[in-house]
Structures are given as structure tokens and as C-alpha cells.
Design a protein around this ligand. Structure first.
Ligand SMILES: [Mn+2]
Length: 217
């Protein structure tokens, strides 16, 4: 049976990605969907991008870090952190080509019963009216800044039919609710890289070899 495997924020952790795919026993006809933030902060951004771009069964939604790099590439005055400059340097001459690829990434992938987004969905708002900031940065609902951590998490108010599978928000263990599954378990910070295997919502994870970045806040 064809499976769909949704994979949390990789952030350049190529070693852990291959360990996770081994652990799952990924087959050529499995469909792999990444929640975005494939790159930045980790040790092997180029390898992760090459893997996702070259594998026919891989696709990814846009993460906030790809989006920030894309805006920089387009000439917008965004504030880059050292991790972004490092990724740009690592990708070198291939950076532009990577950003052309990133510019084509979908903001969500609809799997029928499940919907994959990077960060979240604004409750009560139709999918076509969700902004790119909502889908790539949303955490809580009360602030004006979509990336704010103060107030009510979006998934506490979300009542939609589809189960949202998301990354972005780092949890010690996967967040499991009736209609939302959070799978960023902070691999790049020394946590774990987690996937959901569909059908069945089975969670599989592998530990990070080490911490590659320090978590903010
Ligand atoms: Mn992330």
C-alpha cells in the first residue's frame, strides 16, 4: 500500500533525515511530504536540498526560513541572522537556483483527511484566504504579529475538518490533538526528527546526533 510520510523541520540535518528514512523503511513508492524549513541552522543544507529536489517522491511546503531567504533573494530588506548568511554561503553559486525552486513551493499540501502546512492555519478563515505569513509563521492568535508566542495557540481554536500536520513550533514530544499534529521536535537543537506515517498517523522519530544550534528564547 502506498504510504504518505510527512516529515518535520529538517533544518539541514541530513544525517538524521537518512536515519529517519531508514528507520521507517521508506520504499520507492512512498510519498514524502516535508513541512518546510528544510534548510538553515544545521550542518548539511545543500545535501538536504539536493535530496528533496532530486527525489521524485519528495515534495515540501514553504517554511518561514525558506520564505525569508526568498524575500532576501528578491531584494526585499529583510533582517538576516548569521544562520541565514551561513546557508547562503554554503549554497554558494547554487543559491539563486535554490531560490527559484523555493519560489515554486506550495504553501500547503492537501492530503484529503490531512493538510500539511509549515506553521498553522488561522481558525475560521478559509484556506484560500490564509496569508503566507499565517501558513508559515502563525503560533498564537491574540497578537498582531503572526509569529507571536503570547496568547492562545492557533490549534486550541482550530475546529476544521482536516487534521493539520505542522512543524515550526518546537515541542519536546509531538503534539497530538484531535485535529492537529505538531511534529517539530527540535532535531537541529539536539532533539529528534519526527515523521507521521499515513494512513494510521503512526509517529516515528530518531534522535539528533548532537545539537547544531541553540534555541532562541
Ligand atoms: Mn523551523
Amino acid at each position: 500500500m502506498t504510504r504518505t510520510i510527512v516529515i518535520g523541520d529538517v533544518h539541514g540535518c541530513y544525517f538524521e533525515l537518512t536515519a529517519l528514512l531508514d528507520e521507517i523503511g521508506v520504499h520507492w513508492d512512498d510519498r514524502l511530504v516535508f513541512v518546510g524549513d528544510l534548510i538553515t541552522k544545521g550542518p548539511a543544507n545543500r545535501e538536504v536540498l539536493e535530496f528533496v529536489r532530486q527525489s521524485r517522491n519528495c515534495e515540501s511546503v514553504l517554511g518561514n526560513h525558506e520564505y525569508l531567504l526568498l524575500r532576501h533573494y528578491r531584494g526585499e530588506a529583510v533582517k538576516l541572522e548569521p544562520a541565514h548568511l551561513q546557508t547562503i554561503a554554503e549554497l554558494g553559486k547554487g543559491f539563486g537556483d535554490c531560490m527559484d525552486w523555493v519560489s515554486c513551493l506550495p504553501h500547503y499540501v492537501d492530503l484529503g483527511d490531512h493538510l500539511v502546512v509549515h506553521a498553522g492555519v488561522r481558525p475560521g478563515c478559509p484556506l484560500e484566504r490564509q496569508t503566507v505569513e499565517d501558513l508559515t509563521q502563525l503560533r498564537t492568535l491574540d497578537g498582531t504579529d503572526p509569529g507571536s508566542r503570547k496568547g492562545t495557540p492557533w490549534f486550541e481554536r482550530y475546529r476544521g475538518d482536516k487534521i493539520i500536520i505542522f512543524g515550526h513550533w518546537v515541542f519536546d514530544a509531538p503534539l497530538l490533538r484531535d485535529n492537529a499534529i505538531g511534529i517539530d521536535t527540535g532535531c537541529v537543537y539536539g532533539g529528534r526528527l519526527t515523521a507521521v506515517v499515513l494512513p494510521g498517523d503512526r509517529l516515528v522519530s530518531v534522535p539528533a546526533r548532537r545539537a547544531y544550534a541553540r534555541k532562541k528564547g
